[in-house]
Design a protein around this ligand. Structure first.
Ligand code: ATP
Ligand code: LTN
Length: 346
């Protein structure tokens, strides 16, 4: 192809939209993290330019042993690769490896109102959970998250439902900044799956399934083996009615299991009700467990293989950080210029 033709072809192709998302290395990801976020991260790679990040700085808001944090950061990276994140076409990196995120976070913090931050439900929840460590990082957490997103001009942010408030504040911060200093940031949209955006705890189905829950029976981990998955689903809290029927308000346990089953099989709630009509919870729980185990087993196998090659994982992260930093550094320089920070001599 001649150079002119090539240029024309390139011009004809619309620019692909950009995605950024992150996950904290606070424990092994659960089925909730998978269905609400990670699975979509892998699927969306086909149509978007994607950056995926292990949010290690965000995880500092909860106290953790340094050695465990280091180990979990590498493990989570390996698990994301095992779940289908393609490190060549997407960018996989660790948040702290790209220092400009924290540089932008400071500027954004100076453009975010105290009152706005006090309204964040995650801040209220986490403060209640860790009353001995209500630190400044927990309070400014959404500002760093806004920086993660805005620094790449991300168009779309795939997350579970619990993060929608953080996306709203991100748009707010971006809008306010653009009004003050001229068009700078893209206003990002959330990508929250229709089904599975809020998988509930198996032990207390009115609470969200969370990887930092102290009760190991409350979650299924992405790395659990088949026997463990079956055991956890068998123990899942249901109700005494004995019929598989969707009613989130009155039958939260059964409805949660139906939602999980639906996201993996594509079946509607009506189809699931028909499938298990006249059958007990035992059969239903086993079917859900087997379906989940079928989906997670290949990821678990791939995870062990990838994690054994530490040099490979570290190499991916090094390459990812370099590619991310090229974009992020440029945005910070632009923001610094716009707000009037004197440019240093180069
Ligand atoms: P922690 O328990 O440490 O608060 P977490 O399990 O909530 O962690 P995060 O790292 O905060 O996990 O979240 C990673 C992604 O997974 C986010 O997009 C979040 O919205 C999504 N997610 C978390 N829990 C669930 C859930 N129960 N159902 C659906 N999506 C979820
Ligand atoms: N707060 C998110 C993790 C996170 C994130 C991000 C998600 C940190 N930075 C940027 C999307 C975009 C959470 O899942 N708790």
């Amino acid at each position: 192809m001649s150079e002119t033709n090539q240029n024309q072809t390139q011009q004809a192709q619309p620019k692909r939209k950009r995605i950024l998302s992150g996950i904290q290395p606070t424990g092994t990801p659960t089925l909730g993290n998978y269905v609400g976020a990670v699975r979509n991260w892998a699927l969306l790679q086909k149509d978007y330019d994607c950056l995926y990040m292990v949010a290690d700085l965000h995880s500092l808001t909860v106290r953790e042993e340094p050695a465990a944090l280091r180990r979990r950061t590498r493990e989570l990276s390996a698990l994301l690769l095992a779940a289908g994140i393609d490190p060549v076409n997407s960018v996989l990196f660790v948040q702290s490896h790209v220092p400009s995120h924290t540089q932008l976070a400071w500027v954004l913090a100076c453009n975010t109102q105290y009152g706005q931050l006090t309204r964040m439900t995650q801040f209220k929840d986490k403060s209640a959970k860790h009353p001995d460590n209500v630190n400044g990082g927990l309070f400014t957490y959404p500002v760093l998250m806004a920086a993660d997103i805005l620094i790449y001009n991300a168009d779309l942010v795939p997350v579970g439902e619990d993060q929608t408030q953080h996306l709203e504040i991100t748009r707010d911060i971006a809008q306010r900044f653009n009004n003050l200093y001229g068009p700078t940031f893209t206003l990002p949209d959330g990508y929250v799956p229709k089904a599975g955006a809020r998988i509930m705890s198996l032990a207390e189905p009115t609470k969200k399934m969370s990887k930092s829950d102290p009760n190991v029976n409350s979650f299924v981990l992405m790395t659990d083996d088949r026997d463990t998955i079956v055991r956890k689903f068998k123990r899942a809290v249901t109700d005494s009615e004995g019929s598989v029927r969707y009613d989130a308000a009155n039958k939260p346990g059964v409805s949660n299991l139906m939602a999980i089953y639906s996201t993996f099989t594509g079946k509607s709630m009506e189809e699931i009700e028909a499938e298990f009509a006249g059958k007990g919870y035992g059969d239903f729980k086993l079917a859900v467990a087997e379906t989940v185990a079928d989906a997670l087993t290949p990821i678990r196998t791939e995870y062990s293989r990838i994690l054994a090659d530490k040099a490979y994982v570290d190499g991916v992260l090094k390459d990812g950080a370099a590619r991310a930093a090229r974009l992020a550094d440029r945005m910070v320089a632009k923001v610094y210029r716009k707000i009037g920070l004197l440019q240093p001599e180069r």
